[in-house]
Ligand binder design. Sequence first.
Ligand code: NAP
Ligand code: MG
Length: 484
Amino acid sequence: MVLTAKRMYVNGEWTESRSNETFNVLNPANSEKLYSVPRGKAEDIHEAVKAARTAFESEQWQTFKPHERGRILFEVAQAIRNEKEKMAELETLDTGKPIGQARSDVEAAARYFEYYAGVADKILGETIPVEPGILDYTVREPVGVTAHVIPWNYPIQISSRSTAAAIATGNAVVLKPAEDTPATALKLAEIFEKTALPKGIFNVVTGYGYEAGAALSNHPDVNHITFTGSVETGITVMTMAAKNVTPVTLELGGKSPNIVFADCNEEEAVKWVVRSIIQNAGQTCSAGARLLVESSIHEKFVAKVVDKMESLVIGPGMTDPDIGPILSEKQFNRVNEFVQLAKEEGARVLTGGEKEHIAGAKEGYYFQPTVIDHVDPDSKIAQEEIFGPVLTVFPFTTEEEALNLANGTEYGLVTGIWTRDIGRAHRLAGKIRAGQIFINNYGAGGGIQMPFGGYKKSGFGREKGLEALKNYTQVKNVAVNINV
Ligand code: NAP
Ligand code: MG
């Protein structure tokens, strides 16, 4: 299916870029052009930020009741559900992911709007005892204009989770989708357009990261930036924001381990170890990229993982396989280079490790699900985010060794612990330097309500759950002398 050209959404209008330039978005399943979008640059970002500022300060928005904001977000949730199939299709065409996973992503997006809709009129302050005669209270105010720089791996989920929280708390939003996957963010704009949300509160500017993304991160009139993507770009965004003293929330991926002990429920552990690395072809910030396995079950456990990996179906996302294509040639080459390097360094590829050729999809970039054992824990493949369906295996003999391996990268996003020993599970949960720990599960319930974010280079700040509200509000303290 070839879609038509799209426009971007600024101040409640569908517009071209000022320069009138566009760029093409390709289908990862076969590298064919899907549609084109405006190439927004600094002047377009400036227009959007200006529109957001004006809308934020307008009488209309300032007198909007919190429950009215909530009601609009509920409508958005419902509209997303009504258009679930269409949105899932757009997401699969853009990202390449299996349509079943895209449907789950769209449902998660609806859940974010529903969740933060309910919160809009429950953002409470405190009264603080200071001394007799002083009434002291806090209010949580919106920060103003919030910027959202979105990656290509979970476009609709990540666009929804931060903009829903930002609008629930009364901010005005400028969103920059990834250049490869703008369709569902634009669809979200179409949905907002049909609601009573004032013009200028939700804006989408399409464009390249180094142009539109950089202009947004650099803009002096932005009050908060939420960024999800690579460590390298995160550092660039934070450096630009620092010049304006603009706070940032950074979610920068990981190298997350599943720690499997001999006393685990093996069937469950195998299922989730595989699922957590092949979801979205491994292009997931919280992917279970490392398997740390107790030596006594190393061989038999890994054999079961390999068996399962070899039973997976690879193919175009629209056929709903287990694994779709990698996003682009660039990302494919990155994954491939990691794996070839591991081979040269003497690691053992137990299964996969090559391009998968799919009939009728000559130009798609499919990578076989891969398991690599005998990996040096200090090597590049053990330390860096690969962002492909590539699992690296490390045996351990003691709990301490497992802990050191788990904490032994610069990342700290998620950890799975598989054991029936409750004491050990909690001991480890306390010592592992990661933002989310899952014991005998991985990614429970999609995690809408759970604070999510990193330790170390996985970033800082928390998205999801009530914690995210802190990103989009600032606290004002008011002290009143009641005796005057
Ligand atoms: P990236 O550069 O970090 O892209 C993330 C977002 O930042 C995109 O919207 C991108 O726009 C934008 N961007 C790029 N350069 C920018 C700049 N100078 N200023 C402001 N915004 C900018 O990620 P990538 O290059 O697409 O992927 C590379 C690697 O990053 C992946 O292999 C993976 O390891 C990691 N990654 C992690 C996550 C995650 O969920 N944590 C998500 C994506 C990628 P464009 O799309 O136009 O470049
Ligand atoms: Mg990029």
